[in-house]
Each structure stands twice: as C-alpha cells, then as structure tokens.
Design a binder for this molecule. Structure first.
Ligand SMILES: [Zn+2]
Length: 201
C-alpha cells in the first residue's frame, strides 16, 4: 500500500478522539500521521521487517489504548493513536502485494515479516500493489471523513496526501523502470546500499 494511504488511515484513526476529546485531537492527528508513516522508514534496511511488527505492535497498541482510556492526556492519547497507526500499517501491508519491484507480477511471497511467528506473512493482494486503483480508493475512503469532519490543517493535509496518491498511481508502473535504471547507474561500490528489489533481476 502507498505510504500516503498508510498516513491517511493513521490520521483517520484519530477521528474518534476528535469526537470524544476534541482538545486532544491535534496531537492525535499528528501521531496518526507519524505512526502511519513510521514503519516504512525501514525502506532501505530490511523493508517490511525492521520496523514492521504486525503482532507485537497490535499488542502494544492495545496496552497504550487502555492506558489512554484510564489516564487520558495528550501524551497517552498520542501514544495510543501513533502505535495503533503503526500496527494498522504492518497489518494492512499483508493485505497488499509482495516486496518485489513490480508487485503486479505477483511473484513474491513476502508481504510483511511477523517477528512473533518468525516468518514472512504472504501477500493477500486484496490491494494488488502499492499505487493500484484500489489503493487510491482506500486512500480516498480514509481522506473523505477527514476532509468533511476535521479542521482546516487536517483537511488540507488529507487533500494534499490524496493528491500525491493520485499522481503516484498514475506514475507507479513507469516509476519501477526508472528506479531500476537509476539503480543500475549507481557505482558498483555503492550497490550494497541499493535495496535488493531495485537491482533488477
Ligand atoms: Zn509498510
């Protein structure tokens, strides 16, 4: 799934906070955005493994949510929303395509690593690949309530993320070729730093 879809889903997780405790909502939206994006910081170092914890993040998010209910504050609510967004990110990666450069070819059986099971979870391909039309539909579905219900900056951020998503969807397939060519142009000494899927097959 696109990073922007994860970001929008993370922000949408803050909507209940807006309904229940609006004074805590700004921090919750920022935490949802950050938590939705954070797992993909492992893009260049063990992607979908180093910072993706489909089971442990869900357990931790559950504990944090309990704490936020018992002791509601900006910090506890932000922590709960951020961890829930990170857990949702790792879990929804399993609903998408595999780790390969061209996931629409469906030749990878690795969607996301479960540290709890100590193995890769296979891609379900309900969203066939990041940047697929159904990925954009999901992003739009998460953006819609944010635009309708939330304040100006949050609604604006949601629209901006949706616009970036739409451009990415249009460019997704050509971008794979561009990335591969760029990776080939990288000097040999730097190859270990180029993610495996960009090195071509
Ligand atoms: Zn991810």
């Amino acid at each position: 799934m696109m990073a922007t879809t994860h970001a929008l889903l993370g922000m949408a997780l803050a909507l209940p906070v807006l309904a229940i405790a609006p004074e805590l909502a700004p921090a919750a939206f920022v935490a949802g955005l950050a938590g939705g994006l954070a797992p993909d910081l492992d893009l260049y170092a063990g992607h979908r493994k180093t910072l993706h914890y489909p089971v442990y993040a869900a357990l931790t998010a559950g504990l944090a949510a309990g704490l936020a209910v018992l002791v509601p504050s900006t910090a506890t609510v932000a922590l709960a929303v951020g961890l829930t967004a990170a857990a949702a990110h790792a879990a929804t990666d399993a609903a998408g395509g595999g780790l390969e450069l061209r996931p629409w070819l469906a030749d990878s059986e690795r969607a996301v690593y479960s540290h709890y099971h100590d193995r890769w979870i296979r891609p379900r391909r309900w969203v066939r690949y990041d940047g697929a039309p159904e990925d954009l539909a999901l992003a739009a579905g998460a953006a819609a309530p944010l635009v309708v219900v939330a304040d100006g900056p949050v609604a604006g951020a949601a629209l901006a993320l949706l616009a970036v998503s739409a451009v990415y969807v249009l460019l997704r397939k050509p971008l794979a070729t561009v990335a591969e060519r760029l990776a080939r142009a990288v000097p040999a000494g730097l190859h270990p730093y180029v993610p495996e899927r960009y090195r071509g097959v």
